[in-house]
Design a binder for this molecule. Structure first.
Ligand SMILES: [Zn+2]
Ligand SMILES: [Zn+2]
Length: 164
């Protein structure tokens, strides 16, 4: 929440070249299984949340590059790292849920594009699962990882190394 009690959200791409703020309420949150969303996200489905008409979307660092995926829609993504960021249609803009700094706040409430749903999607939660640190073969690798991913909050400057 901001000082005027309007909800406030931030987010951006993996590399940090593109960052956004949303001031005001978000609209509906969904996943879309359609084949175009699968391609645009390189994923089983696209998790998207619409920006409410009364809310304000501001690109605070950089801006997405856009691919016109149909005569109606554009898909916005970071030109530097490829993170999918937007679905933009005549009736408004939707943002990729996991691009938000706190995606756990934005739970989808509906599925679209069921005709494209991949047959194994409903069974992912039944697969055996492990935390990253539970894999002993990867332990050394995990300990040595240095992340270049932008953190889940706004930064004055990024990347950090360039100014120091
Ligand atoms: Zn990026
Ligand atoms: Zn779709």
């Amino acid at each position: 929440m901001s000082l005027d009690n309007r909800p406030h959200y931030s987010g951006g791409c993996q590399c940090g070249a593109v960052r956004f703020h949303v001031e005001g309420a978000l609209g509906g949150a969904s996943v879309c299984h359609c084949r175009m969303c699968q391609k645009a996200f390189g994923n089983f489905y696209a998790p998207l949340v619409s920006v409410h008409r009364d809310a304000k979307l501001v690109w605070t660092r950089g801006e997405p590059k856009k691919f016109r995926s149909s005569n109606f829609a554009f898909r916005g993504f970071c030109a530097d790292c490829g993170t999918p960021l937007t679905y933009e249609a005549p009736d408004g803009v939707a943002l990729a849920i996991a691009a938000f700094d706190e995606p756990e706040e934005i739970a989808p409430t509906v599925q679209w594009g069921l005709e494209g749903k991949l047959p194994y999607v409903d069974h992912v939660h039944e697969l055996p699962g492990y935390a990253t640190e539970d894999d002993p073969d990867a332990a050394d690798f995990v300990n040595d990882i240095v992340s270049y991913q932008h953190p889940d909050h706004d930064t004055e400057q990024w990347p950090l190394g360039e100014s120091s």
